[in-house]
Design a protein around this ligand. Structure first.
Ligand SMILES: [Zn+2]
Length: 214
């Protein structure tokens, strides 16, 4: 089971103190989704990995709340773009992966890092049962994963895995043509760069008999 505790965060951008949940233990005993989301048995921790300051909207993972200094540009982008949105309504403290991606992007995150944040956002929406939002996040994730591969960002032994994930995201978005293309590319990348040999099995299986959960 997943357990959490309330943690008081101090926003490194505006100094506001707010409470959010931190995961104290979780497990990987739940089913494995075809795009490598591993469910926990019991409550799902996926939405709890990102936290949003209730005053200014600064959003990130636990480590992003360490004391630090920000560039004037970053501060301006948050206060002009995110803060007004947060002030208009009572924002949820957890699961705002879109805001986390914006903050990461403004701090210079790579396409690979952004793709991972959007992909986690898709998993969070999936576990909350919000299919439309999940698709929005998947579309962002696949765009960034493609950019990351084109720029050679993932280490060689993970490129086949990314190609497979891109294929599986296209399949989930209903684009079977691109899905097949990328499942095929996963096999080619495995030959060229090595990596987890199971990726080939997954790709072949998903081409023949696609499943959302293995
Ligand atoms: Zn703040």
């Amino acid at each position: 089971m997943t357990t959490t505790e309330t943690h008081r965060f101090t926003c490194p951008l505006c100094g506001n103190m707010f409470d959010s949940q931190l995961i104290t233990s979780t497990n990987s005993f739940g089913p494995l989704h075809s795009d490598f989301y591993r469910e926990a048995a019991g409550a799902q921790p996926i939405c709890l990995f990102v936290h949003t300051c209730t005053n200014c909207g600064y959003t990130g993972f636990e480590g992003d709340f360490e004391p630090q200094t920000f560039s004037p540009d970053f501060t301006r982008l948050v206060t002009e773009t995110i803060t007004p949105e947060v002030k208009k309504r009572k924002i949820e403290v957890n699961g705002n992966y879109y805001l986390a991606a914006l903050c990461a992007q403004w701090r210079g995150a790579s396409a690979q890092q952004l793709g991972r944040i959007y992909h986690m956002g898709a998993w969070c929406c999936r576990m909350r049962g919000d299919k439309e939002k999940e698709k929005f996040y998947l579309a962002r994730a696949v765009e960034d994963f493609e950019k990351a591969l084109a720029a050679g960002q993932p280490s060689p032994d993970t490129r086949a895995m990314y190609a497979y994930i891109i294929g599986d995201i296209y399949r989930r978005l209903g684009d079977s043509g691109r899905a097949k293309e990328w499942y095929g590319r996963a096999g080619e990348m495995l030959n060229a760069f090595g990596g987890e040999s199971q990726i080939r099995e997954y790709a072949e299986r998903q081409m023949k008999e696609p499943k959302d959960v293995f």
